[in-house]
Design a protein around this ligand. Sequence first.
Ligand code: NAD
Ligand code: TDX
Length: 336
Amino acid sequence: MNLLVTGGAGFIGSNFIRFMIDKYPHYTIVNYDALTYAGNLENLASVEKHPNYHFIKGDICDKTLVNDTVKNYAIDIIVNFAAESHVDRSITEPDIFIKSNVLGTQVLLDAAKDHNLRKYVQISTDEVYGSLGETGYFTEETPLAPNSPYSASKAGGDLLVRAYHETFGMNVNITRCSNNYGPFHFPEKLIPLMVTNALEGKDLPVYGDGLNVRDWLHVMDHASAIDLVIHNGRPGEVYNIGGHNERTNITIVKLILELLGKSEEQIRFVEDRKGHDRRYAIDPTKLTNELGWVPKYTFETGIKETVQWYLDNKYWWSRIKNGDYMNYYEQQYGAK
Ligand code: NAD
Ligand code: TDX
């Protein structure tokens, strides 16, 4: 099996590649990534010398390079992780989100169609369903109602995937997962930002009242679900992925401070995100019943391990926080 993993140098893609090389060392894995601010080949240091791992630096919008790569490596399946992924950035700079998340998806779909690939898998998000009230869950039948430029661009990509299945009979799957956490998570997202700010003695910026709810999934449980979808997902189907770990943001922030033995005085309530979705919660029944997916991590063990990973890998995150990312951070939160 020859897999083209786009966006494999990012948080989830790099964890997925390590998971797959460990489980299927005989598969060829081609990591195709533009290395935007979020792409980091250091995430893959442990596998870069593996004989069946290859890296191509490229943009998914580059039709020629995408097609050459699919042809040269005799790709069977594309798994598309490549995307602009940060909601806050989509509010200030939506253009690149439309380009990468919508147009890039179309280029990959055309390549999958023109080369008659076995399958195309789109890694999407629960955010395409919009926001929930205090009760209920997102199922695969929940209508799409994205609220941010990010989630609208992801929904646009998903609808193209659906259309290529309907129009061309292509074998596709879409996965929609909840918030991931784990090692190599870029420190602009809630959990790694709070852990690293706490360690640096900085303020922990909590949006609004801190009572927005996210449903947390360990990135390796996400990887095992994608593995099942790649091998056993039924053509044209959507699969939701989530582990029933709903927490308010303020609960997470306080837990991180407790695990690090730091004071809650570091918490700073700041202006709310524009259009901030109140609650996400995934119903993963279809994935469990059809494909037998069982998550390995409880949130309690996963978050402890993750906090420990950031303690052990200061080298990784401090290099990111000293670089370009700081320009964005200062614009977003001020210098503090
Ligand atoms: P990330 O921002 O950490 O990584 C994205 C990767 O894609 C980076 O390596 C980047 O260089 C690459 N990339 C971006 N634009 C590209 C382009 N035009 N061409 C080639 N490569 C490009 O993101 P992540 O958190 O790992 O998310 C991966 C995927 O999972 C995304 O599609 C995202 O929408 C989805 N997702 C993420 C979460 C989450 O909690 N992080 C939850 C649900 C869904
Ligand atoms: O500084 C912060 N303070 C804060 O209160 C940040 C960065 C976030 N938050 C809040 C906003 C959200 O309610 O924490 C929650 C989580 O925020 P993010 O980490 O930015 O994630 P979210 O917006 O929920 O989106 C994530 O999950 C779904 C990923 O970034 C998306 O790519 C994915 O699709």
